[in-house]
Structures are given as structure tokens and as C-alpha cells.
Design a protein around this ligand. Structure first.
Ligand SMILES: [Zn+2]
Ligand SMILES: [Zn+2]
Length: 269
């Protein structure tokens, strides 16, 4: 039986379906993009509930998983799909999966919203299975779904293998975790604030060619102007804007609906 209590499903125009997990504070989003032959599965959720079963009820096309990156909250059900692609730099994380001792820390009460965790999900035992990709996503790739193509842009920074997908014909963009309404934790060991600067500039440019941005967390869809605003805000930081708060491990720059958390000394001209 497909466990649906964990997921919210929203169908958008242009053959895009959003699968949200609002029962967790991460508020992660995955997307289906329908072609005539294949359905692109943009990430596979955080490993709660029957994501693959849900996808099968939402599309009768042949699924191909295209990973925005391989952080645990985006690879939950990848092992259940036959065709899975990720940027080569994060293939190791995808293969490793996510063990229970790290996974269960994400299911303490402060992470949960409402009471949506399926009865069949036991945080004390659950883990994310590793998955062998059947191919890699590389800058310049064009993924043909049948009468529809997705263009692959390598946009590292949040993580080394971050991918932005653009459907130029439908004027929509999927930036993964490179852009979202919320704090951008660019001080972690997997982040690269310099690479992120170039990626934000690039995404802001690409955003001028789309009407809608579908991010992988929090409010969605987003207006393309937000990409431009985030790029300009980040540039102000590099030009010397003072942090709003200095914490031991990071400087916090707060803007309207987003923020950047950066390691002291890791940014600035
Ligand atoms: Zn991430
Ligand atoms: Zn994420």
C-alpha cells in the first residue's frame, strides 16, 4: 500500500508535479517533469514513506532520477529506481546512503511538524540505502524526456555537485539547493563560498530566461526576481556589507526571505 500521509502533492502547469514533505522542518520538495516518454524525477525525498510508490501513482512514464545533489534529504528513495543520475563529484555520497546513526538525529521532536510521520516509519531503525548511479550529470548535458528536454548546468557551492536544470521551452528552472527562501548554510565543510558566488551569478542570468523557479526547500514556486536579489545581496557581502550577527562558527547575513551563513574569513574581496 502506498503511504500517502507524509506527502503533499501539487500539480503545476507545464507537466510539473511537486511532492512536498511538510511534516519535517526541512520542508523538502521533489519534482516530476513529464515528457512524452520519460518522467524526470528531480530528487527522491528524505526517506520517509513510499516515495517510489507515490511516483508510480502520479506518472505512467518511465522514471529517470536526476539529482540536484546527494545530500541525504534528496536521495531517500533513489535505490528503488533503475535509472539514477548525479554529478560525478557526489556519486560517493549517493553510493554511501545515510546510516541510521546519522539519519535518526533528524527525527527528534524539534524537527517534526504536526503529526504526519507514518506509523510504519521507525526512526530508531530507518536508514537510506546506498544507490549506484547508472550515469552522471555533467555541465552541458541535455536530458531528452521525449518531446521535452532539460538542460544541465553545474552550479556548485552549496555542495560540489550541485545541478540546476532548466526547461528553456517551458521557461522553468530547478536550482536544487542553490536558491531557496531560507538560510543558506554556506559555512559547512561541504560548501564552497567562492564557487557559490559564480553559481549565483550564473543562476541569476539564467533566471532572466524563465518565468518560474522551483526550489528544493520551503516556499515554492519562487519568482525569478529572487535569484537576481540573492545574487546582488551576495555580491554586497563580498563588497564588505557587515554581518547582522557573528556566531562562533559563522557570520549571519539576514535579508528579507533568505540569509547567508558564512565562515569568517571565507568570503570578501
Ligand atoms: Zn543540500
Ligand atoms: Zn536540501
Amino acid at each position: 500500500m502506498v503511504e500517502l500521509s507524509w506527502f503533499d502533492v501539487v500539480r503545476f502547469p507545464s507537466g510539473v508535479t511537486m511532492i512536498s514533505e511538510p511534516g519535517h522542518s526541512e520542508d523538502v520538495k521533489s519534482y516530476l517533469v513529464e515528457g512524452a516518454r520519460d518522467v524526470a524525477v528531480l530528487d527522491t525525498g528524505m526517506g520517509v514513506g513510499d516515495f517510489a510508490g507515490l511516483v508510480a501513482t502520479l506518472s505512467d512514464r518511465n522514471p529517470i532520477v536526476l539529482h540536484s545533489h546527494a545530500h541525504f534529504d534528496h536521495i531517500g528513495a533513489s535505490a528503488q529506481f533503475a535509472r539514477v543520475r548525479v554529478h560525478a563529484s557526489e556519486a560517493g555520497a549517493l553510493r554511501a546512503g545515510y546510516p541510521n546513526e546519522r539519519f535518526r538525529a533528524w527525527f527528534t521532536p524539534e524537527h517534526l511538524v504536526g503529526n504526519r510521520l507514518p506509523a510504519t516509519f521507525d526512526p530508531q531503525r530507518a536508514a537510506i540505502a546506498g544507490c549506484e548511479p547508472d550515469g552522471f550529470l555533467t555541465e552541458g548535458d541535455v536530458i531528452d524526456l521525449g518531446e521535452r528536454v532539460l538542460h544541465v548546468y553545474h552550479t556548485p557551492g552549496h555542495s560540489p555537485g550541485g545541478i540546476t536544470l532548466v526547461d528553456h521551452a517551458a521557461r522553468i528552472m530547478f536550482p536544487g539547493d542553490a536558491i531557496y527562501a531560507g538560510p543558506m548554510f554556506a559555512y559547512r565543510d561541504y560548501s564552497d563560498p567562492v564557487a557559490y558566488r559564480a553559481s549565483l551569478r550564473r543562476i541569476a542570468e539564467l533566471a532572466t530566461q524563465v518565468d518560474v523557479i522551483y526550489p528544493s526547500h520551503n516556499r515554492s514556486p519562487l519568482e525569478p526576481e529572487l535569484a537576481q536579489a540573492m545574487h546582488e545581496a551576495y555580491e554586497r557581502i563580498w563588497a564588505g556589507r557587515a554581518p547582522d550577527e557573528r556566531r562562533p562558527e559563522c557570520d549571519v547575513f539576514q535579508f528579507d526571505s533568505y540569509a547567508f551563513w558564512l565562515r569568517p574569513g571565507s568570503y570578501g574581496n
